[in-house]
Design a protein around this ligand. Structure first.
Ligand SMILES: Nc1nc2c(ncn2[C@@H]2O[C@H](COP(=O)(O)OP(=O)(O)OP(=O)(O)O)[C@@H](O)[C@H]2O)c(=O)[nH]1
Ligand SMILES: [Mg+2]
Length: 216
């Protein structure tokens, strides 16, 4: 019972935070163009096409705040959004885009590395994994980078409307096993669907609580 009340409080906290106005601040291609951080940041990263921009839209309840696309590699910049002057949400370009040139990959690595290492206000990173595909080798590389940079992160399973319950259960279990090996990761993955809204209140609540606690 006490647990239930706590859950309601958490959900309400998340709902309140994300019911505030959210607006696009700027898109940045090179880190030199970044302005000084003013608020805590929560960044969304993951393979190209895994659903980062869609998740941002689902969280903020706005259909086209962040541009989504069937074509992978759509988001090419770090896009910053201000949520209620409480937090900046950062939509990052995806990795693992098959058609990217070597130069593009190198530039991406550089920008993301610099961002992760040099951003004291980065409160949390959401690493998105398409639930149909699971954690791939480039996701593991990303996790190693985050462990090294001591950036705390959550694994978010996306597009769970596209898989059955049994597959989801297996996916969650294999995530658990991998997460045990990564010290900077939150131990449980959060399953979500931007299409039908599953898991969105939970993720809103996690983000709201992190901001309230203000800790890494
Ligand atoms: N069924 C379903 N489709 C989704 C979901 N989330 C995203 N998609 C679809 O997946 C495709 C890619 O979504 P985006 O949100 O653009 O993905 P992204 O990670 O931002 O992609 P890049 O910016 O190119 O790296 C689009 O066609 C979305 O409509 C979901 O929860 N369920
Ligand atoms: Mg995108």
């Amino acid at each position: 019972m006490v647990e239930d009340i706590k859950n309601v409080d958490r959900t309400e906290l998340g709902r309140k935070l994300f019911s505030q106005p959210c607006e696009f601040l700027r898109g940045v291609e090179r880190l030199e163009d970044l302005s000084t951080p003013e608020l805590p940041e929560v960044a969304f990263v993951g393979r190209s096409n895994c659903g980062k921009s869609s998740l941002l839209n689902a969280l903020t309840g706005r259909k086209s705040l962040a541009r989504t696309s069937k074509t992978p590699g759509r988001t090419k910049q770090l896009n910053f959004f201000d949520l209620g002057q409480k937090v900046w949400l950062v939509d990052m370009p995806g990795y693992g885009y098959a058609k990217a040139s070597k130069k593009e990959i190198m530039e991406w690595n550089q920008t993301v590395n610099d961002y992760l290492k040099g951003r004291p206000t980065l409160l949390k990173l959401c690493l998105l994994i398409d639930s149909r595909h699971g954690i791939k080798s480039n996701d593991i590389e990303m996790m190693q980078l985050l462990d090294k940079a001591a950036v705390s992160y959550h694994i978010i399973l996306t597009k769970i409307d596209k898989i059955g319950n049994l597959d989801l259960e297996n996916r969650i279990n294999s995530c658990f096993k991998i997460l045990k090996l990564h010290p900077a990761a939150f131990p449980e993955p959060i399953p979500t669907s931007s299409l039908n809204g599953e898991g969105i209140p939970q993720l809103r609540a996690e983000i709201a609580i992190m901001i309230q606690q203000g800790s890494k």
